[in-house]
Design a protein around this ligand. Structure first.
Ligand code: M6R
Length: 616
């Protein structure tokens, strides 16, 4: 949601902070601020409402603020409206403690009242100001050092946080702490960097420390010291990140989303090749990297998949694919529901959580709920070292690389293939698939990247179609089985970046109420990749056409009879029908993208949204 950056070193901090924040702006973007300290001087705090460019202008691209030690923040408002007053950094009245925070302090009201009894006053509506003043309170009351004051605060607050603070008495140092909110620390050439996400500091270093949950750290020039909640020093391993800085740049595309759509063939190939290996003349799934054994898969009684948004949609596809190939029952749950509804789990239920960021609060909570019940959890996750990757029993690491656009495309596609691969491995472990069929399926899966290239080659036609429909008010996506799961994703792609109302419906369900919304010119997009369901969905399309709908159909090459019904037909290459989502989703991503562009909207940073949803 919000983004934080910190820097201690010989260079000027402000330009580094602004640069880092620009890489995090996709996480939250209604205001921004920074605090920079020059030697022993008091920190200079500058804040601006609106986009980061406003802060950059106010500070002359950072040149107007001197000092080598600083912290910065981009805000996605939770407590209090977007305003300069509520923007971070926040500080105690005497500037003793200045800090930035990502996350939510749930008991901030109670803590605020406590502090008010001790004569503290508050200038903002934020929970962050309360946290900063609580650190100040403990620091002064117990006359302890920064680490002890922060530890006392951590014990007292409920919620999630990644927090970075500077203390008046400790020039040249930044103190950080985290609970359930991401934070990474990097070092290089005597300089120390901190951020809520790797892309913010990747340009400067790929040598990263992951600070653990409920841990703290002290950042000095070129040095980091980690502490546990008792204030004892703890050792951390320095990790080298493979992503290059260029992967987090637009690379000539107008938007990250378009760049990421075009990266899909490559990242799919990487993800498939990481676990699909040659064995003699055949291909087989190699589970070594994931860490689960064939024996463990054999013992799985059923599967529960918990995820949010697009990741949940991949779970919907997995449900069809796993049940069909492995004959193992699958239930798909919204992670935000799973955590509170006391789900029934068998001892041998395998819980699969799916997450690009690996930090989604609800998905992380679902993982913890499952583990607390004694169930094993397998995570399909993209961000290395994320909370979900670290806490899961088994990890299927997707290799999408950094995804910057808020609307996911390449990470979604990698999650899909991860699901197919797990389905095949499970089917084999359960004796439902022989080696010949495994090889056939994996060979077909390896042809998906080339087939996606082919769809991308024909994108101009979709641009034309999108420009015709950029002003529609409602769009319905209909399909059955896997096609319904594809519709869920197509519909979300459209609405999140174009702000057009859209719904995905199981094609047969429309006539039970929603069909009353169809009127002259309503755009209905039918997805028909499943041969056994083709005629059925065509019938449902005819039903809406006779009520005035304009019909677009997405199907495989060869199904040309669609043109008898649809006003506009889109064809994707044929593939094994279990993998159809990987191809049919591409034109739907492109339609969403082009409609957003033709409406003149901010494709990569849609309103009200954040890339990584670290609050409930
Ligand atoms: O990081 P995650 O995969 O856990 O995120 C889950 C959803 O928030 C995410 O897929 C969201 O729906 C995307 N904006 C959709 O494009």
């Amino acid at each position: 949601m919000c983004g934080i950056v910190g820097f201690v070193g010989k260079k000027q901090a402000a330009p580094v902070l602004l640069d880092g924040l620009s890489k995090l702006e996709y996480r939250g973007y209604d205001s921004a601020g920074l605090a920079v300290r020059n030697g022993e001087d008091e920190p200079v705090i500058v804040k601006a409402k609106g986009r980061l460019k406003d802060l950059a202008e106010k500070t002359d691209e950072g040149k107007a603020v001197f000092g080598g030690c600083g912290i910065g923040h981009t805000r996605w408002a939770t407590h209090g409206e977007p305003s300069e007053n509520n923007a971070h950094p926040h500080c105690s009245d005497d500037m003793n403690v200045v800090g930035v925070h990502n996350g939510i302090i749930e008991n901030y009201q109670e803590l605020k009242e406590k502090l008010q009894h001790h004569d503290y006053t508050f200038y903002s509506q934020t929970d962050t100001e309360v946290a900063i003043k609580l650190i100040d309170y403990y620091y002064k009351k117990y006359q302890v050092g920064p680490i002890d004051a922060i530890a006392k605060t951590m014990v007292r607050v409920r919620g999630s946080y990644a927090i970075a603070v500077m203390f008046k008495d400790y020039p040249g140092q930044i103190y950080v702490a985290r609970k359930d909110s991401p934070m990474v620390i990097g070092i290089k050439d005597g300089q120390t960097y901190m951020a809520s996400d790797v892309p913010a500091i990747l340009k400067y270093t790929n040598q990263i420390y992951y600070i653990g949950n409920l841990e703290m750290a002290r950042l000095d020039e070129g040095k980091v010291t980690f502490f546990n909640l008792d204030g004892d020093e703890v050792e951390k391993e320095l990790v080298t990140i493979d992503w290059d800085a260029e992967a987090a740049e637009k690379g000539g595309y107008e938007h990250f989303m378009m760049k990421e759509i075009h990266e899909q063939p490559k990242v799919l190939e990487d993800t498939i090749n990481s676990v699909v290996k040659k064995s003699g003349k055949s291909l087989e799934v190699d589970l070594t990297e994931i860490g689960i054994t064939e024996e463990e898969l054999k013992n799985v009684s059923d599967i529960v998949i918990a995820a949010c948004g697009s990741a949940y949609h991949t779970g919907m596809v997995d449900q069809y694919v796993i049940e069909d190939l492995a004959k193992v029952p699958v239930r798909v749950e919204l992670a935000s529901e799973f955590r509170y509804r006391k789900p029934l789990l068998n001892p041998n239920t395998l819980v699969i959580v799916v997450s690009q960021s690996g930090e989604t609060a609800d998905t992380l909570a679902a993982l913890r709920e499952a583990k607390s019940r004694g169930n094993k959890v397998l995570a399909i996750v993209n961000v290395v070292g994320s909370s979900i990757a670290r806490e899961a029993d088994y990890v299927f690491q997707t290799l999408a690389g950094p995804e910057i656009s808020v609307a996911t495309t390449k990470a979604y596609s990698c999650q899909l293939v991860a699901g197919y691969i797990l389905a095949i491995a499970l089917a084999k472990a359960k004796g439902q698939l022989d080696e010949k069929k495994e090889n056939e399926l994996l060979t077909e899966m390896r042809s998906l990247p080339a087939k996606i290239e082919k769809i991308l080659d024909e994108k101009e036609r979709l641009q034309w179609f999108a420009s015709k429909f950029s002003n529609v008010h409602d769009v319905f996506y209909i399909g059955r089985g896997i096609d319904y799961a594809i519709c869920l994703e197509g519909s979300l792609k459209l609405k999140e970046i174009s702000y057009i109302h859209s719904e995905a419906y199981a094609a047969g369900e429309l006539k039970h109420g929603t069909i009353s919304l169809i009127e002259d010119g309503t755009l209905v997009i039918g997805v028909l990749t499943q041969s056994g369901l083709f005629e059925k969905t065509v019938s449902n399309m005819v039903e809406v056409k006779s009520r005035g709908a304009y019909l677009c159909g997405v199907t495989s090459y060869g199904n040309y009879s669609l043109e008898d019904t649809a006003d506009f037909s889109i064809y994707v290459p044929k593939t094994d029908e279990h993998f159809a989502a990987s191809l049919a989703v591409i034109p739907l991503q492109l339609i969403g993208y082009y409609i957003s562009v033709s409406r003149g909207l901010d494709v990569d940073k849609p309103r009200n949204l954040a890339k990584s949803v670290t609050v409930e």
